[in-house]
Design a protein. Sequence first.
Lengths: 371, 371
Amino acid sequence: MPLIEYVSRIHFDFGAINQLSAELELLAITRPLLVTDKGIASAGILDRVLESASPLIPVVHDRTAGDPTEELLQECLESWKAHDCNGVIAAGGGSVLDLAKAISLLASHGGSIQDYEVNSGGSSRIGRVHPHIAIPTAAGTGAEVGRACVMTLKGGSKCVCVSLKMVANTVICDPELTQSLSPRMTAATGIDALSHGIEALVSNVINPPAAAIAADCVSRCARWLPHATHDGSDLRARWNMMMAALEGGLCLQKSLGSAHALATPLGELGIHHGTLIGVLLPHVLRYNREAAPDAFESIGQLVSLPASATAADWVEQLVSDIGLPGRLSELGISQGQLQAIAKRAMGVHLTATNPRRPQPEDYLKILEKAW
Amino acid sequence: MPLIEYVSRIHFDFGAINQLSAELELLAITRPLLVTDKGIASAGILDRVLESASPLIPVVHDRTAGDPTEELLQECLESWKAHDCNGVIAAGGGSVLDLAKAISLLASHGGSIQDYEVNSGGSSRIGRVHPHIAIPTAAGTGAEVGRACVMTLKGGSKCVCVSLKMVANTVICDPELTQSLSPRMTAATGIDALSHGIEALVSNVINPPAAAIAADCVSRCARWLPHATHDGSDLRARWNMMMAALEGGLCLQKSLGSAHALATPLGELGIHHGTLIGVLLPHVLRYNREAAPDAFESIGQLVSLPASATAADWVEQLVSDIGLPGRLSELGISQGQLQAIAKRAMGVHLTATNPRRPQPEDYLKILEKAW
């Protein structure tokens, strides 16, 4: 079985979940807190995880729903204390994986999540945290190898914490766990993985190893995302999309660009991240094309684009083929909201690594075309 | 300046050496032991490193020569103790970089290097080691991001220690430092970098992110190694070869194959590793070709091979073009030694990750063709 080590130890293959008990032992976790959500529980995945944790019996917290909140984090920390836990297992999508990072951090460091906010110098206050194991159940965010977590504070604003110390000690990627994902969620999370590869390739940060991984992510998504969406039982497609998502996470150190910058304020309106990205990406690619000709040529080769077609057209067609919405207006955004969103996206740090430096009016134009 | 983080923090660019003083501070190294060799000192690189360490004045040990030995390690540990050091800086090629790992290990753990030998379960005895900074001065081994060190014991045998804990905390890759490397050493170390990319791509281990990095290593070497060899002042070629060597080190977790297995017993005869690899690789590729058709097709595309040519022929031609010897007989090996070498190479762990499983007679045939 492939064992991939960058910062985390990554077990990757069908049946990888069977490594859970050995990995808990290796990390000396004897009383794990398992965070997950109701969907994972009802899909039978929670049972599979619990079985693999045996002989340990984790304390289960399955109330994650949507973006993780400070209240939810508080609840989990109370469970942690009540059961004297000493490590976290996270089984779920990006929200659950983020929550696990925040629990490991606060259970070891105390204080509140704002004390570690990246923009207030919080990263330097993060030392060694409690061990945690990440088990992604979708193929999208790549949060299983990420170093950041985002929490929604009581007032509604977002708190972002970033540290290599928070990266999961062990990642278990078992494509079997993604088999029950609906076509819609397969498509929406898969587009997110693809967008990480594309935006990383196009970004203005120089990092050839990350670019190489991003390129492999893009060609894997181009080949396998339609299969995984249209036939969820296609195991080869599930394996490859989970690998693409992992690669999308690994290449994030090359940063991202304007599609993710624009998706940040839009995401705060409660719209699914991958779905938003599918709508925004073609328009951002049209805007960026002249600014990164080499990257766009690579993308053309990676997805076997005919000379007459553009990467933007190809993404737009793919989004439509896999049944995702193509316009912001379909997602409940009103035209009147666009100006404020354009303005807020300017302040997102990913705007600075987009290959072309946008002005607020550029963002407004992109949003209007996407509307 | 690109900041690349996998396990190590990697500063990579012209002028990266200027980060040394800030990195020493970040790692809280106040009394560094600097290990290097006389060649680095006479090329003026040592002065450049010392200048960048200012205001700190490292204790310098510049007596590394060839493969590092247990005696040399002992000397360094005595310097460490005498000056109450608390961190290591290594400036040099693979030997110096390996030595630094062994110093960090023994200065923090005590005992002798054999206590940590990988085949005797020594890796599990390796905990947190003293911080160290790796500064490669050649573009070849990729040891700057490696997790292994090889020491020659008093009896002449080799002791290999492996642990992620020994990976350099910070790597400073400054292509300027490779500018004074002779054409012969540029060629011999560059072929080693290329061989890491090729053997990793061809190996039977599944690791797509490492394969993607290996592919980028191969295409970079194909394009830039002749330039770096024939015109050492070509800064773009130096940048790209240093990046290729780094990528060659990063992809090693996909393992290597028979060229490196055969080079292990041959290397113990005191022959330069990269030079050996240049001789062996074409013959190993001919032997492997049928066993890994997809990898060979990728290599063909990466180096723009015409349909009629093979990867083996291409490597053979490159080795000749950059002025390296093409036969083992030119390296002082006698025909009578080949059988024993074939037998010993069978026991090297890299034989098991070669895509085709060799028998001792296969290794003998390869060695005879290379002789």
